[in-house]
Ligand binder design. Sequence first.
Ligand code: HEM
Length: 445
Amino acid sequence: KGKLSNLRWNSKTSCQLPLGTLGWPFLGETIDFISCAYSDRPESFMDRRRRLYGKVFKSHIFGTPTIVSTDAEVSRFVLQSDAKAFVPFYPKSLTELMGKSSILLINGSLHRKIHGLVGSFFKSPHLKHQITRDMQSYVQQAMDKWRDDQRQPVFIQDETKTIAFQVLVKALVSLNPGEEMELLKKHFQEFISGLMSLPAKKRMVKIVQKIIQSRRNSSRSATVPRDVVDVLLKDASEVLTDDVIAGNMIDMMIPGEDSVPLLMTLAIKYLSDCPAALHQLTEENLKLKRLKAQNGEPLIWSDYLSLPFTQSVITETLRMGNIIIGVMRKSAEDIEIKGYLIPKGWCFFTYFRSVHLDENHYDRPYQFNPWRWQEKDTMSSYNFTPFGGGQRLCPGLDLARLEASIFLHHFVTSFRWVAEEDRIVNFPTVRMKKRMPVWVERRED
Ligand code: HEM
């Protein structure tokens, strides 16, 4: 807090626009931005400009004049600031997929309400308990199919996508794996790929509306909500109509669907390349597994989160992987931060990747080093924001870490593996070029 008070807020300002260039008419600097984004070092676009202009600079990307911040303090200020100063901003192609009452787009009191309800539900022990039980069975089902003698490697990215989608849909609308879930998955792929998006979304909304209708007709009202639909239906205010709820169930899948499987996949990638970390992680998880077996107890959610090295592996994967490279806002008025002017109507892009890979914050930033987190307090750090911050802080944060912990536990305690050569692609979203193929062998111990 103390630090933030150094930053001034002033709408009638005489300070200067950050340095930088707006590039070509219309195109701006988009071509350079995208060609860097396709490379192994997407941050090179930022690095070059940081050297020339400083950590905050102006540019023209995403079809609009943009202030880019690679300064943790400035980014934090923007994320923490009042909903009146900055509103959400997404590239047009994404905005077109979202409903007008989408949690991702709305701002102000309705946003606070939905975000608060969803966030506290995802944090509740009840949900974590239920999700752990469900996820264990999804993981088991997936892993039962992996045979030592199979002629094909296991594609970690595909497997984790299936598992995480099952968990997500269970948490949102309590749909179990089966035909309807497969249908939803198929429509979601069409929706997100940009081909036939709107008809696909319509079909998904229909499925969810049917679920909502049957809840409304059912005499048994859930005392303890079982999913996000229950949470939103319980809210007595009239603003949360069936349409708003159904649309939001789909829109919440946008940030939730791809990110968690990538977290698990990248963890496997980094561990495959770092035997010392894999060894320590495996030992820690085997110890827990044996202890639980000895006592005849099942694993519960807090067991998974109690393993410090496993948590450090997940934290380090989030830092290096930068599954979400940053977030965007649009300024609703002229704003001054740390002497920089952010003009009304400009896009503001907080680029986390440069902060997470800055050698001033992290010693040898391109090295996967989970041990670095053993001394650090992750929660109070300005320099670590994989889930964003402020009023739009990711409500799925706890869920994401729990899912990754459960997957890693079962994978490393059940299998040894050899990873095939593969590499990380960063654009348009982070993923593995060959979907992370690994050859697995069941452990005897
Ligand atoms: C590793 C996994 C994940 C990462 C890295 C991640 C990251 C983020 C980030 C950076 C934001 C902030 C966006 C902004 O400020 O504009 C965000 C928002 C959000 N995330 Fe996540 N997320 C993850 C998993 C999930 C999951 C599992 C869900 C479950 C549904 C979820 C739901 C959301 C929602 C609904 C928002 C919008 C919040 C708002 O605008 O109020 N995320 N996420």
